[in-house]
Design a protein around this ligand. Sequence first.
Ligand code: HEC
Ligand code: HEC
Length: 248
Amino acid sequence: MKRSLSLGLPAFAVAAVAIATLTCGSPDAAGGGHASARGKPGAQAAGGQGGAAATAPATAKAGTAGAPRTVAPGDDAVPGTPAADAAQAAAVAAWDVVYGVLQHPRCANCHPGGNAPLQGDAMLVHAQNVQRGADGKGLFGMHCSTCHQTRNLESPHLPPGAPEWHLPAADMPLVFVGMSERALCEQMRDPRRNGGKTPEQLYEHMNTPLVLWGWDPGPGRVPVPTSHDALMTAMRTWIDGGCGCPDK
Ligand code: HEC
Ligand code: HEC
């Protein structure tokens, strides 16, 4: 039954993927549950490797679950309209602001390409041979919490601190350093590479202690110059406009 139906599906499935990309910020995170998770671009791409016959049932489900999303996230974002084009352009422009924050040393020092945190505005490799460890909390006796507390200490060059001070885990390193605007944008909207976060969860993450620390980094450290409000506004614009990525 499904097999014969699937003959008519490919064009629709392609449309569903395009819509899912455009409505990256649609309010599916709260109620969509498992079915809509299958409609995520990342899930589609992962399933899409397997061949048409194998993936047709999955894309049919995604299409069904994704259908209501064509009217979200708002009347000004109906696909194909000039307003939607403008929202998409605004999203790509907003990424520029988000990217600038992510590349700031207060953020990027904990999102390195290697297995050690970086430190200072020069982003030098952390002293004392501190290493990530599998869980991001340091190796052997050099656990982050050996030196870093849940708050900043009151003199320059003492360890800064915030609750749960650690690096991303080794199997999900969330690298920011050395990533182009486009590469980091694509990583961040891909749930397979962003720690399984929906766009709304990424938005919420920007209000968690390690991120907020970037605006209160303790004595002797320069805070992120873009305001936190400006970051949140840019995130909202990026998500609602479809999480578009620039070419650069
Ligand atoms: C002390 C280290 C530390 C600092 C400083 C830090 N982060 Fe992170 N960041 C982490 C860890 C650990 C995770 C993953 C665990 C989690 O989800 O909480 C993470 C996850 C993230 C994520 C989620 C997923 C993804 O795709 O990357 C974002 C976004 C993020 N950080 C942004 C920032 C921003 C913006 C700043 C600076 C204002 C910042 N981080 C500063 C350690 C840090
Ligand atoms: C032996 C003590 C010690 C351990 C262990 C340690 N740190 Fe540090 N860390 C410090 C000190 C001291 C500083 C401040 C250096 C300065 O400001 O001159 C620092 C600074 C940093 C900074 C720089 C902040 C900035 O933006 O300049 C980051 C990021 C950092 N540590 C992350 C970590 C992480 C993640 C771990 C665990 C994997 C860790 N550290 C383990 C002592 C330690």
